[in-house]
Ligand binder design. Structure first.
Ligand SMILES: Cc1cc2nc3c(=O)[nH]c(=O)nc-3n(C[C@H](O)[C@H](O)[C@H](O)COP(=O)(O)OP(=O)(O)OC[C@H]3O[C@@H](n4cnc5c(N)ncnc54)[C@H](O)[C@@H]3O)c2cc1C
Length: 495
């Protein structure tokens, strides 16, 4: 059997690519190294708890009246998903005793900023207008349409600016910039490095398309995607790790760890390009490898999943999210974040939005701490388990002290994921939670434009490390965007 497309990896990017291609009657196979689909989007059981690994904020989904692109695509594939809108319900602190609560909607958030620093609102309102324009310009680029300077003057004005420079030029005071941008950790890049266009796109989605959570488990969602894909004739083989890709007589021969071979006319990798070239031994073209090596992986992190034997009400966990920063200024903050014991972390309490996130009278708490650089790779392997447990213990202590909530004595289940766990499970290089970092030139615009000149014909990449960057919505949308372009080019035709 010769497939039109062979997809490496059943993460959201691989699955959406598969869904799109099978809906156009292509012969498609997905090879997935794990025994389950979804990659980073998965669910695991410990005792009576079922933990979701991801999707605590689904961006670009929207609601019934105001659908985001992610929802529109799922509808296009006839996939019904049950979600709950997440209202702002956040408590923020930093090392300087700054404390700030955000509840309600974005307008309340802006009012709140104005209370702290008078004169912030006009610059923020201007910024919000610009996010709309940027979103429209990028959507036009995605459709391969012309984006003129007359029609999108602000897009051009801010194209090569960092988020920090652009916000300053809008005369927003620094303290207000920091308050407006506290979600930078969800993008994994500090404001002086983050491309403004990427920042504006993220904020546009936050403000206009809101943020939702699934009412079902991550795994139910990804299995639904697989079911639909299979119903359209798509094949998926689990426990099938691709170890080598070769090209012979205009066909790709793909070899798996269990010594099987598959033939296909096109390859789509839901993996980092760097990994494809290096570990799957594909290309001897040094220039391509050099170019790819110049890109840097995004921040990685440690994630501690806790199942607690008391309800969140009994424990006084009243916020969906708790954020603690070394400093609310992201540029100062990252300076600390290559040290194991830094003090910037995020805590999620899913039960606040979804009461059924865990059994009755219990709750789930997820603590997440990001790192920049190779902190974990350089650890002494002999002490790895001990170090990982110490970091988790320290993180729990920090949360208890910073927010005055006792959780330690109520822990019934605990699981700790480090960057090495994430690397092992999803193949994400360096355990990156954000694909390639959207620093400087490597933002969505550069990726969208350069994507048109793929270096190697018939090999494409989807997912968090590809054209739109990380996040469930981007990873999923990338699979459709990339395959739509391939189909338009007619890349599956015989030579
Ligand atoms: C802890 C955590 C929390 C997150 N929270 C959120 C959130 O709240 N909101 C949000 O939008 N995003 C979140 N994300 C990010 C989001 O989950 C990812 O950006 C997105 O799911 C990545 O999708 P992907 O298509 O790039 O594939 P991945 O999920 O990286 O999957 C790649 C797949 O390829 C497979 N694979 C790799 N190598 C091979 C090989 N050689 N052969 C065969 N198969 C292979 C892997 O097993 C995996 O299944 C979170 C991520 C993590 C880890």
């Amino acid at each position: 059997m010769i497939y039109d497309y062979l997809i490496i990896g059943a993460g959201l990017g691989g699955l959406s690519a598969g869904l799109n291609l099978t809906s156009k009657n292509k012969k498609v196979i997905i090879l997935e190294k794990n025994s389950l689909p979804g990659g980073m989007v998965s669910t695991f059981k410990r005792g009576r708890f079922e933990f979701d690994t991801s999707l605590y904020d689904i961006y670009d989904y929207g609601d019934k009246e105001n659908e985001g692109d992610f929802q529109k695509l799922l509808k296009k594939f006839d996939i019904a998903v049950d979600t709950t809108l997440i209202p702002f319900n956040v408590l923020i602190k930093d090392d300087t005793n700054f404390q700030w609560e955000i509840k309600g909607n974005f307008e309340d958030w802006v009012l709140n900023i104005e209370e702290v620093k008078k004169g912030s609102t006009s610059g923020i309102k201007e910024f919000i207008k610009i996010t709309k324009e940027v979103n429209e310009a990028v959507k036009a680029l995605e459709r391969n349409e012309e984006v003129s300077e007359e029609e999108y003057p602000n897009f051009y004005k801010y194209l090569d600016k960092t988020a920090m420079d652009a916000l300053k030029s809008l005369k927003i005071p620094l303290v207000s910039i920091n308050m407006l941008s506290f979600l930078w950790v969800n993008m994994g890049v500090n404001l002086s490095k983050l491309n403004f266009i990427d920042y504006a796109l993220f904020m546009y989605k936050m403000i206009f398309k809101k943020d939702v959570i699934l009412n079902n488990k991550n795994l139910d969602f990804t299995l639904k995607l697989v079911k639909k894909y299979q119903s359209e004739g798509g094949k998926i083989y689990y426990n099938s790790e691709v170890i080598k890709v070769e090209e012979k007589d205009h066909l790709f021969i793909v070899k798996t760890k269990d010594n099987l071979e598959y033939k296909a006319k096109n390859i789509i990798g839901d993996i980092f390009k760097k990994y494809f070239f290096r570990d799957l031994d594909y290309t001897e073209n040094k220039d391509i490898i050099k170019l790819e090596n110049a890109r840097s992986e995004g921040a990685n992190g440690i994630v501690v999943f806790l199942g607690l034997n008391k309800s969140r009400e009994e424990l006084g966990l009243n916020y969906y999210k708790y954020y603690h920063y070394n400093n609310l200024n992201s540029d100062i903050c990252v300076k600390y974040m290559s040290n194991l014991d830094h003090n910037t972390y995020e805590v999620i309490v899913p039960n606040v939005v979804n009461e059924e996130a865990s059994p009755k009278n219990t709750c789930v708490v997820i603590l997440k701490k990001l790192y920049f650089g190779d902190v974990f790779r350089n650890l002494n392997k002999m002490n790895y388990e001990e170090i990982k447990e110490n970091i988790a213990q320290d993180l729990i202590n920090k949360f208890e002290n910073d927010f005055g909530i006792d959780i330690l004595e109520y822990i019934e289940e605990i699981e700790i994921a480090t960057p090495l766990t994430i690397l092992r499970y999803s193949g994400s290089l360096n355990g990156s939670l954000f694909g390639y970092s959207k620093k400087g030139y490597d933002g969505v615009i550069n990726r969208l434009i350069n994507y048109q000149d793929e270096e190697i014909p018939k090999i494409s990449f989807v997912g968090a490390s590809s054209v739109l960057g990380s996040g469930a919505d981007n990873a999923f949308r990338s699979g459709v965007l990339v395959t739509d372009r391939l189909l338009k080019k007619g890349d599956d035709k015989d030579e």
